[in-house]
Design a protein around this ligand. Structure first.
Ligand code: EPU
Length: 423
């Protein structure tokens, strides 16, 4: 099992190319199921989750060709042979639920394993199911699977109980092929929802209002093939900015979309990071120690829950005390115990963490528990005195495109290691 060995204390200096967004690429790949032709994608990040999605699609008969280094994937959804997503893949990647809407919309049936528990919260999919039922699908839970059947979905008005990103995406995809108009109220406004809508529009879908909380979809009889470039990963960009805010230095991020990062940029400015932005680049410069900030996660355009662990790492070494409140997931503080092992002073009460910043952390062996927790631990390791070994790096590989290479290229002392006991 791979681990990352970090020798802390180096400043970061140089340029980092930001990759395509994981949380846009995964739904857009699943949209390939809606298309009786080819979908050519570019700016697809090199991530484990992309590989899992292609495997899932392949089992259904969607053929893909991928040039991972070039970031291109071509999908051919013209001869789908199965409408099942099996437990063995779904349990490793919850985003697999995104095949449910496309399958029932195009083929009138889907059998998708229910995702089980998750490290960061219960994460039910009741809103996906409720929305599909409103569109006319009959849904049964059979042997751990969601089984959906419909002759043709019928457009309707759906009001989700809470803001859900993949829930909005699943229903938006399903509605593209429904008869008549669908309105999704209380829709997620995340940039990744907008990116999926743009991709669907390029394939012939009629969608208005993506990026607002009311999305209107006029169903069409069929989508057609097309090409699309996946948006840049705002969470990867934010993660590198937190790294330079904590470790100090001067980083220029290229191929990014600063407009999608407002809440993160505001908090980092408050923490003392000097930020300059161009149309597709962000420069972050930090001399000295960051200042503590209070953060409350919220649906977009609020502060992203996917940035919470990384911002906590900044607060761990900041001047002052920062309060972090997680409002999206009920158990997304798994990194706290591990950050404490590095000497951080953090108290938690429910979904609030009080972080008393310290001048330094001290390197230790720590265990990654989920994707963004891993990123937070890597940032803490960049600042800690001595060696930090981050175990269970597979979490990081699911969602960051060669993070350690990008960090090493800007001066971090970080390497991937395999320990003898794993050989
Ligand atoms: N929720 C329900 N019922 C539902 C759907 C959601 O109760 O049917 C709850 C969830 O349990 C949670 C809240 O609603 O408390 C919001 O969850 P949401 O559905 O928005 O999360 P998601 O769509 O499962 C996506 C991202 C996550 C990101 C969240 C929040 C993808 C593939 N995943 O998950 O990304 O944290 O939105 O922004 O887009 C990550 O990249 O590390 C990651 C976890």
């Amino acid at each position: 099992m791979d681990k990352l060995l970090i020798h802390g204390g180096r400043r970061l200096q140089g340029e980092v190319r930001i990759s395509g967004a994981k949380n846009a690429a995964l739904p857009i790949l699943c949209a390939g199921l809606l298309v009786p032709g080819t979908l050519e994608l570019s700016n697809v990040p090199q991530l484990h989750d992309v590989g899992t999605t292609l495997k899932l699609l392949d089992r259904m008969g969607v053929k893909s060709t991928r040039d991972a280094a070039a970031g291109t994937v071509t999908l051919d959804g013209s001869s789908v042979t199965s409408t099942e997503a099996a437990y063995d893949l779904v349990k490793t990647m919850r985003a697999s639920i995104l095949v449910l809407g496309p399958l029932v919309a195009r083929f009138g049936e889907a059998r998708v394993s229910l995702p089980g528990g998750c490290a960061i919260g219960q994460r039910p999919v009741d809103q996906h199911i409720k929305g599909l039922q409103a569109l006319g699908a009959r849904i049964d839970i059979e042997h751990g699977y969601v089984v959906a059947r419909a002759s043709r979905l019928k457009g309707t008005r759906i009001v989700t109980d809470m803001v859900t990103v993949t829930g909005t995406e699943n229903l938006m995809m399903a509605a593209t092929l429904a008869e008549g108009e669908t309105v999704i109220e209380n829709a997620a406004r995340e940039p990744e929802v907008v990116d999926l809508a743009r991709a669907l529009i390029a394939l012939g879908a009629r969608i208005h209002g993506a990026g607002t909380d009311r999305i209107v979809i006029e169903g069409v009889d069929a989508l057609h093939g097309g090409a699309y470039r996946v948006m840049s990963d705002r969470i990867e960009a934010g993660t590198f900015l937190c790294a330079v805010a904590a470790a100090g230095g001067d980083l220029r991020l290229t191929h990014c979309e600063p407009d999608t990062l407002d809440a993160t940029l505001d908090k980092l400015r408050e923490a003392g990071l000097r930020i300059e932005c161009g149309p597709d680049w962000i420069r972050g410069t930090m001399d000295g120690r960051p200042k503590s900030v209070n953060v409350r996660t919220a649906p977009y355009p609020g502060f992203a829950t996917d940035m919470q662990a990384q911002m906590m790492a900044v607060n761990c070494v900041a001047d002052g005390t920062g309060v972090i409140t997680e409002t999206i997931f009920e158990n997304r503080f798994m990194h706290v115990q591990e950050m404490r092992r590095l000497g951080a002073e953090i108290d938690t009460e429910g979904t609030t963490a009080v972080v008393r910043g310290k001048r330094g952390l001290s390197g230790a062996i720590v265990m990654a528990t989920d994707l963004r927790a891993s990123a937070g631990l890597v940032i803490a390791g960049l600042v800690a005195d001595g060696d930090t070994l981050v175990d269970r790096v597979y979490h990081l590989d699911r969602g960051y495109d060669r993070m350690e290479r990008k960090l090493a290229a800007v001066g971090a002392s970080i390497e991937r290691v395999r320990t003898v006991d794993d050989a």
